[in-house]
Design a protein. Structure first.
Lengths: 114, 113
């Protein structure tokens, strides 16, 4: 158990809908990262937050957004969903930012868009 | 740009066989290197890491050495077990203001008894 929790574990929805994925980092960790894992794209970085502020963006679509709250949990919002958004979404956390920090991953949320 | 090239699988071995999964990287600056493992139906777990040249990361019988001259971080295990069956990902964090992990495509390992 990494100490990172994600809810829900599974999500099935329809095209055009909006969903929210939730992540609670390990106790004391300030950085949260979101990744998407799909068969065709592999594991791709989406976005990073550090202590409530957005720090870096990766291959995140404009239809997607995220935030980190004062209690450091984070939410990833996916809107106008398309079939191609079906994937496993991982959250990771680390104590701080930097080359020496290890990112610990949650169990993921499996999203299926029908 | 930044990338990881990882040995394509699937790799199928018999129990107690020797394992090597090759990994090379192209990174900006001086990265930290990682191997993550994903067991069936689970999330990613850190297997081992190395943060500077010639460092050897090790865990659960797995080893990988940070080779700066060849930009490689090959994963090895002397004697695999059925329980090692999983997908293995090579990854790095490079410098700058973005500390994201860049992953390889993953290598599926199946160990047969």
């Amino acid at each position: 158990d990494s100490g990172v929790t994600q809810t829900p574990k599974h999500l099935i929805t329809a095209t055009g809908q909006r969903v929210t994925l939730r992540c609670s980092p390990r106790s004391g960790d300030l950085s949260v990262y979101w990744y998407q894992q799909s068969l065709d794209q592999g594991l791709q970085f989406l976005i990073q937050y550090y202590n409530g502020e957005e720090r870096a963006k990766g291959n995140i679509l404009e239809r997607f957004s995220a935030q980190q709250f004062p209690d450091l949990h984070s939410e990833l919002n996916l809107s106008s969903l398309e079939l191609g958004d079906s994937a496993l979404y991982f959250c990771a956390s680390s104590a701080d930012r930097g080359l020496l920090e290890t990112q610990y991953f949650g169990p993921g949320t499996r999203l299926l868009v029908l | 740009g930044d990338s990881v090239t990882q040995m394509e699988g699937p790799v199928t071995l018999s129990e107690e066989a020797f394992l090597t999964i090759n990994c090379t990287y192209t990174a900006t600056g001086y990265p930290s290197l990682f191997w993550y493992v994903q067991y069936p139906g689970e999330g990613l777990q850190l297997l081992l890491k190395a943060t500077k040249a010639d460092d050897k990361g090790s865990n659960k019988g797995f080893e990988a050495t940070y080779r700066k001259e060849t930009t490689s971080f090959h994963l090895e295990k002397g004697s695999v077990q059925v329980s090692d069956s999983a997908v293995y990902f090579c990854a790095f964090v490079s410098g700058g203001s973005n500390y994201k992990l860049t992953f390889g495509k993953g290598t599926l390992l199946t160990v047969n008894p």
